[in-house]
Design a protein around this ligand. Structure first.
Ligand code: UDP
Length: 500
């Protein structure tokens, strides 16, 4: 790992980072900010105090190790409908509050941008995809904007094809499958698995249209992928966008090197370690880790009961990140379940935030049940673990196809219904399907061994990508070099244009 300190303060490349306020965007964008700082860029991360608290300890640790990195707080104004102290969009945030918060934050950042620009004098900005306004703000001040894009290239290529060819409008029913054309792979999906916005335009369709337009006008895009994971789709995506594209993944292991970094990531404080002694008592590769991302527990009581039974019936030891369950029947059921599996030593439940990176690297963990959120997918592949896929919302059904059909590193639980986050939908995945998929993954049969071999090979590639000379390493270095050249060019117009 490289640290700053070679260049004089005046020549140092300066950047400001604008992360979004959902955990699954905040966590990787902060990691990306940290890797830029570790490679000599002077970095200021701009966010609200509540969001900064989630990663401040990591930033402080990096600064004490020599990185030039800091956080700058922006305060949100009092606005009717926005409860005091609510600064994050997660499952506890109602839809109305989320939209007021988004609007308030956007206005605040946009209004303060000129002052932030004069205060920090950035040479470039890295903005989350949801701040589409920042492409114009950067242009106004004559600096390049890099956009952080969540999701896989694969999913963005598939969504672009849906917009372009509308194959889902040519089938008669929700469960009829159709081909998504124009991709390097013949991707088949059903109408019920694609996001609602492709069927009926809604406010999210318009938001995503603005995101895409702003991406096309950006200097370049950063995704936390790596070339061996989905190289042909990266190339396809570059053609769609017509801009420069940089891979910076797997970012989580590149940046979070020690136990403190890993434990506090996404949470701000270290998590109590009961899970560690429980895992230490288990045999190598015997435990399945079950987690549905930072928006976890997007399930009805009936579905929660089926998960509990499925886990009890699957015949394998498990950690289940339950998250937060409000009072009521489901909570009583899960508490009862917890007592039983604790007594039999079959399972361990985590009720809040799990230290996911540490759990994934524990030798006792042998597989993962995931909702296919992009962060978890990359972290799991990086850890060399096969998956049971159970997509729920966002672009997760596309990610499932990449994992199951293209890379063949996962088995599917058989979910069929795309849901809006925060909405339970109608589908119930039954206990038999859950237990069967886990047993297929963990049971040691030939199919499962093949899957394991493939994901281990991919994990090796992930590790190579971030080493000196690896594809993501070179990609990061290229982006930094291009930003330096643009800065020099501004100071001295005779300097040549950077090449991608
Ligand atoms: N995460 C974690 N502990 C939890 C839940 C999530 O550390 O209990 C982290 C996980 O490692 C990942 C991110 O939060 O980096 C979740 O992002 P993902 O894309 O997987 O899912 P989303 O939150 O978007 O549904």
């Amino acid at each position: 790992m490289e640290f700053s300190g070679v260049e004089g303060e005046s020549e140092k490349l300066k950047a400001i980072f604008l992360p979004f306020i959902t955990p699954s965007h905040l966590v990787p964008v902060v990691d990306i900010a940290r890797i830029f700082a570790m490679h000599g860029v002077d970095v200021t991360i701009i966010t609200t105090p509540e969001n900064a608290a989630v990663f401040q300890s990591s930033v402080d640790r990096d600064a004490s190790r020599g990185s030039s990195i800091r956080t700058h707080h922006v305060k949100l104004p009092h606005v009717p409908g926005l409860p005091e102290g609510v600064e994050t969009i997660n499952l506890s945030t109602s839809r109305d509050t989320a939209s007021i918060l988004f609007e308030t934050l956007t206005k605040t950042l946009q209004t303060q941008f000129p002052q932030l620009f004069h205060q920090f004098k950035p040479d470039f900005i890295v903005s989350d995809m949801f701040y589409s306004w920042s492409v114009d703000a950067a242009a106004e001040f004559g600096i390049p904007r890099l956009i952080y894009v969540g999701g896989t290239y694969f999913s963005h290529c598939a969504m672009d094809s849906l917009e372009r060819f509308e194959p889902h409008k040519k089938v008669d029913s929700e469960d009829q499958s159709f081909l998504i054309p124009g991709l390097p792979y013949n991707l088949q999906m059903t109408r019920s698995q694609i996001p609602e916005r492709f069927k009926t335009p809604n406010s999210f369709s318009y938001l995503m249209k603005r995101v895409k337009e702003s991406e096309k006008r950006s200097y370049g895009s950063l995704l936390k992928s790596f070339y061996a994971f989905e190289g042909p789709y990266k190339d396809h995506y570059r053609e769609i966008m017509g801009t420069k594209i940089g891979n910076v993944g797997p970012i989580s292991s590149w940046v979070n090197r020690d136990a403190s970094d890993k434990s506090s990531r996404g949470h701000g404080k270290e998590v109590e370690e009961g899970w560690l002694s429980w895992l230490d008592s288990k045999q190598k590769g015997s435990v399945v880790y079950v987690c549905f991302g930072s928006m976890k527990n997007n399930f009805s009581g009936t579905q929660i009961a089926e998960i509990a039974h499925g886990l009890e019936d699957c015949g394998h030891d498990f950690i289940w990140v339950v998250g937060k369950i409000d009072e009521g029947q489901s909570k009583a059921l899960v508490e009862e379940f917890e007592k039983r599996v604790e007594a039999s030593k079959k399972g361990f439940l985590i009720w809040g935030w799990a230290p996911q990176l540490r759990i994934l690297e524990h030798p006792a963990v042998g597989g993962v049940v995931t909702h296919c959120g992009m962060n978890t997918v990359i972290e799991t592949v990086d850890a060399g673990l096969p998956m049971v896929t159970w997509p729920l919302f966002a672009e997760q059904f596309f990610n499932e196809r990449l994992l199951v059909d293209v890379l063949k590193v996962a088995v599917e639980v058989g979910a069929k219904e795309w849901k809006t986050w925060g909405d339970f939908g109608n589908e119930i995945v039954g206990r038999e399907k859950i237990a069967k998929a886990i047993d297929l993954l963990m049971g040691g049969g030939e199919e499962c061994e093949e899957v394991r071999r493939r994901v281990k090979a991919l994990s090796e590639e992930a590790k190579k990508a971030i080493q000196i000379g690896g594809s993501s390493y070179n990609s990061l270095k290229d982006v930094i070099q291009q930003m330096k050249t643009l800065k020099l060019q501004k100071l001295n117009p005779k300097v040549e244009e950077p090449v991608a």
